[in-house]
Design a protein. Sequence first.
Length: 279
Amino acid sequence: MKEKHEYAVQIMEMLLECASTYEYDYSAGTQPATKQEDDITTAPTEENEEKGQKDQKADGKKQKDQKETPILIAAKNGITEMVEAILDSSPVAIHDRNSLDKNIVMLAAENRQRTVYKLLQEKKILTETMCDAVDNEGNSVLHLVAMAPHRQPWRILGAALQMQWEIAWYKLLRNSLPRNYFIHYNKEGNTAEEIFRESHQELASKGGEWLKTISNSCSVVATLVAGVSFATIATAPGGIKEDSSKPTFERHPGFLLYAVSSLIALVFSVTSMVTSLQF
């Protein structure tokens, strides 16, 4: 896997060296217009008009697809090496936007790409110009972070842990932006905090159910451990002397260790039982 990654980086560097100039327009992320050869004009007919409309729709779809420039695709998928290489060779690429009018900062934040966002911070690209940008729906960077992802971005199990990482990611982005971005409204009149609460309700409820299931399982195990610990404390190893009613191994060094460890097990198991009852 590591060898394939190294080969991919080498191919990327070769392609960047072959590219003399950045092939995309920085304002819209589309390829620059080229001059077309003059065609022989024909008389307008219904067939030609229908054909022209179809060609126009195809060109519009093609133009929409072309707005996904290499640096935007790399930022969306978390390919830090490619993002850094493109920025070093063509700094103007930082102004690229896709068909939804999202720039590289928005895509990295929306897709939870920590390494790409950290790279942008280190290169001091998170300027006011980049952070002030909004997409075609009026959403800022913080709005996109607040939206619940359609797929599972964090490679961890459990809805509660997923919710924990979502909150941590939102706070990380929130602390890296100026305070005046917190009260920004999108076209629907919602702030980032309102979107976060509304879009994460389902994940929060799943996290609560997951915690209840885990607490029930832990309470059963804690009850078993508490029962065994109580039995070991009540029973002295080696029995009791008949003449003095004292443990046989009272003066043995291991007896004190046994008694202390049994007491600690009992205390922790009872504490775990009480804690699990609160959920």
